[in-house]
Design a protein around this ligand. Sequence first.
Ligand SMILES: [Zn+2]
Length: 470
Amino acid sequence: MNRSVLLTACILLLINLGCGHQDGQHQRGNATNLYVILNVSVLPMTDKDTLLSNVNVVIRDHRIESINGPIPDSATRIDGTNKWLLPGFIDMHVHGFADINFGTPYPTQGATFFVDDQDVMTLYLANGVTTIFDLNARAENFAQRNAIQKGRIIGPRMALAALINGGDGDGRIANNPEDGRQSVRMAKAEGYEFIKVYSQLDEETFLAIVDEANRQHMKVVGHIPNSFIGKTQKAFVPGFNLVAHAEEFAKQSKTYGDDDIQSFVSMAKASGTWLCPTLITIKRIRDQTQSLDSIRHLQGFELIHPLMQDKWINANKFNDGSNNQDTRHLAELMDFNNRLVKAFYQANIPLVTGTDAGCSGVVWGYALHDELVLLVQAGLSPKDALKSSTILPAKWLGIDHLIGTIEPGKFADLVLLNSNPMEDIHHTRNIYGVFANGQWLPQSMLKQMTDTVRTHHQKMGDRRKTVQMN
Ligand SMILES: [Zn+2]
């Protein structure tokens, strides 16, 4: 072997090791990050929307360099034969650990359990979710985002919304228009990009928040406040950009009738408001009113933090004291949500996938695939369901020039599937590998990452047993 061949072999070895997930250390965007996916079927999710068959996609550093362009000799080759390439999935409604109150002391007061940020992010990546929208973001989320950007951990892109509510609860509370406006300005100054409005806001304050958010160039997502019951129309002003659950409309309807649904369609259409249905949330809540087995058998359950597993099983507010009437009501709600989604879809109001991950029974990452199935069951074509989880959320977030489609120049957030999701939407779970910001994570590496999460949880469980024995 001559010297240059040996050198090439060493470089190749370095490429493979350099992109690995080892002890939480990651290298992103180094000069050797160059891949080609050969002979792959591409669902580009662009306006032209044509399926590209048997093409070669070159990925250099963080971006898609070319489709059927020249293949650099030094590119690492991935065989895409009989595989399907999609833009990475976007979950438009999640809650991170920082959002959830466990009633446990802060670390400064000696908490025994800590959350490993990589473990949290692994669940998203293992499911091809490369962008998330946290609808009750906290300072901690900025730290996570910085850690991802610096390559200390690997995770999805994160869009962050600051929640503003009325009433007398915790958090950012505003009960008059001036406080509402000030809350928006402070959220902007703290670095949040979006405003989440919540159920207890009064009419005037809600409208002032939406108006101020518009002035500050911040989009507004959220609940339809209860104060609008009986006058729903008044909440649908331009600048109320996205309703965060289908059941927000149910709360505004006495009858759950189709005539109400049609008037909601007209309101949303007139104000340009989109819908994030989160169909999986109510389904999971319904399941829990019947039995906690639905929780124990969830895909990915062992991958969520033991504290959260504990909360979902031992302090489950949906299961506790529930009866058949609750279950029946939730089934009616699911039916309403399905009819609403279908009506919005038929009226061409954009729908985006969201899960409310973190809500009891909704597992980060995994639930996105449940949501896709439910959207198709509600009447969306598989292709439109996929658009709801790629290009449409990218548009809503204002980053469709960067992600959401497969085109040269876009960031390489990609999911490579073993089977065609247009044939059967369940195939989105059949993941061969994921590109997150240009970093290739083949299934073997994703498995290694989820195994690490399992090991961490095992250790936490052992430690807790030891503490109890003492
Ligand atoms: Zn939520």
